[in-house]
Design a binder for this molecule. Structure first.
Ligand code: SF4
Length: 330
């Protein structure tokens, strides 16, 4: 079966300017996303992990055309999404906007404090006109129930809710348009640990009950492991490893993936953690390192790594890695 979402060689460069008094001149580019390709299948949760600033959030925004890609192709349900967002009819754009939704990191900032929960959740009905006016109330109650809230919550305002409840409201608003695909960008990172598990369970429930697919963006590998079927690891604008979840966590190959996994807390006080510390900082995305971008921080780097960019090769079924020396680490 063809994937629901296909991203091909996606690139996003943000120009940087000189500080001239009269004329601004482009002096370079931030290589935020640099030639990434991946797919998401129907009813699948794919995790996208990496440190802050690696390009995860930009990837999500590019897919939804909240940022204009510099290059590349995005196919949604076989249709060219960039072409539709740029040249499609109003109906085609609305249809695509309905099919793809986003849940943001901060539930405190993403809800209008002047609107009741009813108004927030029913707003998409007004925009997309897919629910008759006389069914709004019933539909809002149903959505509240789906996300574990009560009908009486509809008349309240966002400030009357906890962080976890607000994120539930954000999710209810996202699924109000019956999307097929949701980008969840760090949806639990601003929540208490006790609430995180509830929101992750809700995301998985909706996957099973409504068949929604997700791109789950996070720097928290524990939550990614818990809910994703496949995981992609991003470093400095590129995907360096991708595999089915258990395969990635149990048989990671790329030295960067191994370092990330080594820092995941183990819920067993008797087992010792062997954290792999990476030297230095993530290099600047304005002038990324030559060859393998990870080479300045990789203890296995050779002259080949510094000069030549490694290919992204399939080393096992659905397990891809970008490393010259993968055979030595497998
Ligand atoms: Fe390290 Fe070289 Fe592999 Fe890059 S290609 S991860 S520098 S060993």
């Amino acid at each position: 079966m063809a994937p629901l979402l296909e991203v091909k060689d996606l690139v996003k460069y943000f120009p940087t300017y000189s500080r001239g008094i009269f004329r601004k001149k482009i002096v370079g580019n931030v290589h935020a996303v640099d030639g990434i390709s991946f797919s998401v299948n129907e009813s699948e949760i794919v995790g996208l992990v990496g440190e802050s600033g690696c390009g995860k959030t930009t990837t999500g925004k590019l897919i939804l055309y909240l940022e204009r890609p510099t290059k590349g192709e995005i196919l949604f349900d076989g249709k060219n999404a960039i072409e539709i967002f740029e040249n499609g009819s109003k109906e085609e754009k609305m249809e695509l906007r309905r099919s793809m939704q986003m849940v943001f990191q901060n539930p405190y900032a993403s809800l209008d404090p002047r609107m009741t929960v009813f108004d927030i959740i029913s707003e998409p009905f007004k925009i997309h006109k897919h629910v008759p006016r006389n069914e709004w109330k019933e539909r809002v109650y149903k959505l509240l129930e789906l996300v574990g809230l009560e009908p009486y919550h509809a008349e309240r305002y966002p400030h009357e809710f906890s962080g976890g409840q607000r994120q539930r409201i954000c999710i209810a608003r996202a699924i109000a348009v019956e999307p097929r695909f949701i980008i969840a960008d760090e949806p639990v990172s601003s929540l208490d640990v006790s609430i995180r598990a509830q929101i992750l369970k809700l995301i998985m429930d909706l996957q099973h009950r409504l068949g929604v697919s997700y791109l789950y963006i996070s720097h928290d590998l524990s939550s990614v492991r818990q809910i994703s079927q496949r995981v992609m690891v991003m470093y400095l604008g590129e995907i360096v490893e991708a595999a089915p979840t258990d395969e990635l966590f149990d048989h990671s190959i790329h030295p960067y993936t191994r370092a990330l996994i080594s820092a995941v807390p183990i819920p067993d006080p008797k087992r010792k953690m062997n954290i792999i510390l990476l030297p230095g900082e993530v290099p600047s995305a304005i002038n990324p390192p030559s060859g393998c971008r990870f080479h300045p921080r990789c203890r296995y780097a050779t002259s080949e790594c510094k000069e030549e960019k490694p290919s992204f090769v399939e080393v096992d079924k659905d397990h891809y890695v970008s490393c010259h020396h993968y055979a030595e680490f497998a």
